[in-house]
Design a protein around this ligand. Sequence first.
Ligand SMILES: Nc1nc2c([nH]c(=O)n2[C@@H]2O[C@H](COP(=O)(O)OP(=O)(O)OP(=O)(O)O)[C@@H](O)[C@H]2O)c(=O)[nH]1
Length: 324
Amino acid sequence: MSIPPAASKVVIHVAAGIVNDTKGRVLIAKRPEAAHQGGLWEFPGGKLESGESVEQGLRRELAEELGIQVCVSRPLIRLSHDYRDRRVLLDIHQVLDYQGIPQGREGQPLEWLTPEEMDADRFPAADRPVISALRLPSRYLITGAAPAAPDAFLMHLEQRLARTGVPIVQLRAPWLDTDRYADLARRCAALCRRMGALLLVNCEVELATRLPVDGLHLSEQRLLALDQRPDLGRCLIGASCHDADTLARAATLGLDYALLSPVCPTRSHPESEPLGWKRFAELVDPAPLPVYALGGVGDPDLQIAWRHGAQGVAGISGFWSRSS
Ligand SMILES: Nc1nc2c([nH]c(=O)n2[C@@H]2O[C@H](COP(=O)(O)OP(=O)(O)OP(=O)(O)O)[C@@H](O)[C@H]2O)c(=O)[nH]1
């Protein structure tokens, strides 16, 4: 039987929910062997019925499958995936409040796992970016201009982490030469570990392999120079993107996230034309990876960012300056 080309396939619109327990673990369910992607584990949910909104479908599916009542949810990530035999559009929502105790009401086995425990090979292929989204926080700090002396820089970083509680930091210091950057990165890594935050470096891939850090952030230029995902073990890898082509490139390389900028006018890049939220959403919608909004945004923009498909907000001015 020949497989129809993707464009002619019906798109199956699915709502699925991220349900947490009090320890922050996520509920997953095993798909029946005979179903599409049978035997794999999924985030509970199912196909929308005609005329249903995503929220309505999510409430109905989680009541039917788990016996819980969803009270509050928010969008986490939206993905389109082509399985050759069908195309699915997954609207994954984070359930923020629910009533009841989840049970496998259709006889499906359930498990609670932390995002770090999830093995992407046990889930349908479309779910890979969902697992990345679960491992990443909503707020992302980028270091900015700071006192030149490393001690003062570290003290500032410690204060910002304590004040904002942001759990992920990108060390951006393009004005430092390689040796100075490497020294600072080692000291920042120790500080971040002590403060319970992840440290990503923004440097050449080769240098990142020699540093004790949690991930690598690629500039757009470094992203475009790569033809495959750098081999950095379990490290997170993300990239700066400014348009649809670079977002597609980041997704093709299997990166864990992208930063898309500038969304709003920003003091750090006054020459750049802002995208605005409408264009941001248009660019994020087809991108199959978590995308942070960057540029003139901070904590107060989190809700609007989620409504426009973002993983969350990233910023220099929003989190690094003393006023934030
Ligand atoms: N619920 C859910 N479906 C997923 C996930 N990932 C993924 O690719 N899918 C796909 O989305 C589609 C969901 O359809 P479904 O068969 O579960 O829908 P349903 O609960 O309404 O079932 P039904 O058709 O038996 O009534 C399937 O093609 C499934 O493979 C996921 O994490 N959760």
